[in-house]
Design a protein around this ligand. Sequence first.
Ligand code: ZN
Length: 302
Amino acid sequence: MKQTVFGGVEFGGTKVVCAVATSPDHILEESTYPTSTPDETIPCILQFFVDQQIKTGKLAALGIASFGPLDLKPHSPSFGQIISTPKKVWEGIDIIHPFQNAFNIPVYLDTDVNGAALGEWLIGSARGLSTILYMTVGTGIGMGAIISGKFLHGFNHPEYGHIRIPHNLEQDPFTGSCPYHGDCLEGLASGSAMQMRWSLQPEKLPNDHQAWELEAQYLAYAITNLILSFSPERIILGGGIMHHLGLVEKIKQGTTKLINGYENLTEKEINQMIVEPLLGNRAGVCGAIGFAMQVYAQSLSN
Ligand code: ZN
C-alpha cells in the first residue's frame, strides 16, 4: 500500500529544519538551512520538498511551525505573515502562501511553541494528557498551549513571553531588554536579557553565579502564573537556557514556594507537572509533521 507522506518545516531564528515523514516518529528525510533572508531561505525549502516529492510522490499536507509573532487570524489580509519580529528582514513575510501555491496541498501554520507542544503531546512527555503547556526559554521566551486537546488560539495567539512579573529594582536594577515592554518576562529572563544584564553569554555564567538564582525566581513566577491560569497536567520546559544544570530543580522549588499549598497542590504534584522535553530539540519538527497530519485529516473530513 502506498504510504501517506507529510512535510514539516520548523522555522527557527537561526535555522530552518525541513522534513518529510509518515508520522512524527518516522521521519524519512530531513535537511537544515540557515535562516538568512527570505529570498535565500524560502527557495531552499521549496526545493527540498520538490526533490523529496520525486522520491516519495506528492505530499499529502504540509505543517509549518515558526518563530513569530505570526498573523494567524484567518480573515486578516496579512494572514500567514511574520509580524513585528526583531528579525527585521522577515517582518511582513508570508510563510504560508508560497508553499500552498507551489504544492497545492493543505498547509497549516502555527507558532514554533505550539509545534513543540504538539510534538511532546503526540510522542513525548505529555502523551495521553489533555491540557499541556510548552514553555521555551532561549534567546526569547515563548509558550505553546494545548487546552482540552485543542491549541489555544483567540484573537491571535498567546505571547506569554511578554507577561508582567514582579521586578524588584533594588534586587535587580537591570531595566530589561524587551524593545516593547522593557522588563516583561522576556525582558528579564530570556537568554538575551541575561547576556545584557551580566555582559556574558548565559552558558559562560558559572554555576554559583547569582544570575541563576534570579533566573529561577523569574521563571518560577512565570510558571506559577501558568499553573494558576490553566491548571495544566504538564508544563514542559525547553530552550537553551533550561539546559543549565540544576535550573529546572530550582524552578520547581521556587514554584512550590510560590504556590504555597494552594488548591492542595503538593510539592510532589508540582515536581511531576514540570518536566523537561522528552524529544529535546526535536519537538518542533515532530510537531510540524503533526500539524500536517491534522490539517490532512481535516481536509478529508470536509
Ligand atoms: Zn516584552
